[in-house]
Design a protein around this ligand. Structure first.
Ligand code: FAD
Ligand code: UDP
Length: 375
């Protein structure tokens, strides 16, 4: 049978496009994934304690994108959840993003007040200042604070996470967690912050439950590209893999998630604790906080970061440097020359996308495809 679309990858990008193409365009779709499950890196499952575990690391949905929130609300009910993260520094636990509460925890009251006043003299209340920008400050007091935050929160975490210092990586990366001139301890400030009430996998299952969509798991594109007949291709894997790595490999960071079960009700007070300066792992996630699961046991994961190697581990984070972006651009230009082939998602677009960015990008591609069909 000939499909209208072959979609490679059953993550956010693949499932969103399959759903839209089947429901709106009424076309036939085959969606394949070499993993044995749908959901891509958002995949979750319920363990024997009734706790939903995010197999590929903590996933907290947050967005200001109204269209994405409305789109997903067709497929899931939500459990409202506001993510709070504590960083362990010098035997203290301070909220990150580093905010006024963090300042008062880390410094004696008098000095904390001077930092607070100086910050409010230079910047607006509620503003967010990337650490690399704050470090450029010529005010000695702000410089002192910036150096402290840089050294205690960013430097070693970033070296562990990326194998690079904050100055060596694209500044958008550390700007994700800016110094926040507020008393709000939330990790995010988006309008919508929630977790699908039955988990992410259940949401994706509902999205692709359609007679026009055929799902094939444990199926690698490389093995089937000659034997599946299709008119158009949507590729959500690595763009360089599609081109058989002809210009070389793009660099990624990978992670090892080491799960531990503990015979206590709670291991830590919040879902996520970061360890910039202690231990080899970067953060510890306790999963039961996300959906408020009840159990007398708990499950945590410790995240160890490493370089991605093909065949050994999964590519999780594009490493954004001038060099890697230039190489990606070469592949992108080559991709643009192809007809009826679309590259989409965190790997194929080589972008550090949050979930809502990925949904938005997929919905935008769908609009483009729809226009091609003149609907
Ligand atoms: P993926 O989820 O990577 O899906 C691509 C799929 O394609 C995979 O299932 C893969 O198996 C398959 N595939 C690849 N190549 C082939 C091939 N050749 N043949 C067959 N199948 C193939 N975002 C947030 O908003 N909040 C968070 O808290 C958050 N936490 C994160 C934590 C971690 C550790 C990571 C890595 C990401 C996190 N994200 C978070 C980002 C989120 O995971 C991504 O935005 C999203 O998963 C990207 O979806 P995708 O469809 O582009 O890619
Ligand atoms: N970061 C840091 N210390 C922290 C939290 C974040 O240095 O306690 C930096 C680090 O470089 C990290 C980046 O900010 O990779 C982005 O953090 P985020 O929590 O958004 O990472 P993700 O959840 O995507 O892994």
């Amino acid at each position: 049978m000939k499909y209208d679309f072959l979609i490679v990858g059953a993550g956010i990008s693949g499932c969103t496009l399959a759903e839209r193409i089947a429901n709106v365009l009424n076309k036939r779709v085959c969606i394949i994934d070499f993993r044995d499950h749908i959901g891509g890196n958002c995949y979750d499952y319920k363990d024997e304690n009734g706790i939903i575990i995010h197999k590929y690391g903590p996933h907290v949905f947050h967005t200001n994108k109204e269209e994405v929130w409305q789109y997903l609300s067709q497929f899931t009910k939500w459990h409202l959840y506001f993510h709070k993260v504590l960083a362990h520094i010098d035997n203290l636990e301070v909220p990150v993003p580093f905010n006024f509460n963090s300042i008062y925890k880390a410094f004696p009251k008098g000095l904390a007040r001077r930092f607070e006043n100086k910050l409010l003299e230079k910047f607006e209340y509620n503003s967010k200042i990337p650490i690399l920008e704050l470090r450029k400050s010529d005010d000695p007091l702000l410089k002192l604070l910036a150096d402290y935050v840089f050294e205690k929160i960013f430097l070693n975490y970033t070296i562990k996470q990326w194998g690079l210092s904050p100055d060596e990586i694209d500044e958008s990366v550390t700007a994700r967690i800016p110094v926040f001139l507020s008393r709000d301890d939330g990790y995010f400030q988006d309008k919508y912050q929630a977790i699908p009430a039955e988990g992410y996998t259940a949401m994706f299952k509902k999205m692709i439950d359609h007679p026009n969509i055929e799902l094939r798991l444990n199926t690698n594109y490389t093995d089937v590209r000659e034997c599946i007949e299709f008119d158009r291709l949507i590729f959500t894997g690595k763009i360089e893999e599609y081109f058989d790595f002809k210009h070389g490999e793009l660099p990624y960071r990978s992670l090892d998630f080491r799960l531990e079960q503990h015979n206590v009700e709670y291991f830590q007070s919040v879902a996520q604790k970061n360890y910039p300066n202690n231990f080899d792992f970067t953060r510890v996630t306790e999963y039961k906080h996300f959906l408020n699961a009840k159990s007398d046991k708990t499950v945590i994961s410790k995240e160890y970061s490493m370089q991605h190697k093909i065949g050994e581990n999964d590519p999780y984070y594009p490493i954004l440097t001038d060099e890697s972006l230039a190489l990606y651009d070469t592949y992108k230009r080559e991709g643009e020359k192809l007809e009826k082939v679309y590259f989409i998602g965190r790997l194929a677009e080589y972008k550090y996308y949050n979930m809502d960015d990925t949904f938005q990008s997929s919905l935008a591609l769908f609009d483009k495809i729809k226009a091609e069909f003149d609907v």
